[in-house]
Design a binder for this molecule. Structure first.
Ligand SMILES: [Zn+2]
Length: 97
C-alpha cells in the first residue's frame, strides 16, 4: 500500500539545537556563604539590599571566580547585630575568559 504524498503536513528538518547542549541554563554558584562577622553564624536575616555589581573578578588570593557581587544589610539571628554582608555569585555563562 502506497500512501499519497499530496498533503503538505509537516516539513520536519533536523536542524535546531541538539539536546543536552551546555548553554545558558547553568546554575549560579554561591561563592561565599554569608556569615556573621561577629559570631560566625550563617543565619542572617535579610534587611535591605544596598547595591549590586556585575563586574567579574576573583576573590583575593584564591582562584574562585565571581561574576556578581551583592551588598546587603542583614541582621544576625544569634547576636542580633546588623551588618553589611557581601555575597558573591558565579554564573558560568556570564564569565568571559
Ligand atoms: Zn552573629
Amino acid at each position: 500500500m502506497v500512501k499519497s504524498k499530496s498533503k503538505p503536513t509537516e516539513t520536519k528538518s533536523r536542524a535546531g539545537r541538539p539536546a543536552g547542549t551546555p548553554n545558558s541554563e547553568q546554575p549560579v554558584v554561591l561563592v561565599e556563604a554569608p556569615r556573621c562577622r561577629r559570631c560566625g553564624c550563617t543565619k542572617l536575616r535579610h534587611v535591605k539590599k544596598i547595591k549590586q555589581s556585575d563586574r567579574p573578578g576573583r576573590i583575593g588570593g584564591t582562584d574562585k571566580r565571581f561574576t556578581k557581587t551583592t551588598w546587603t544589610r542583614r541582621r544576625c539571628d544569634s547576636c542580633n547585630q546588623q551588618q553589611i554582608i557581601i555575597t558573591r555569585e558565579y554564573e558560568p555563562s556570564a564569565w568571559n575568559d
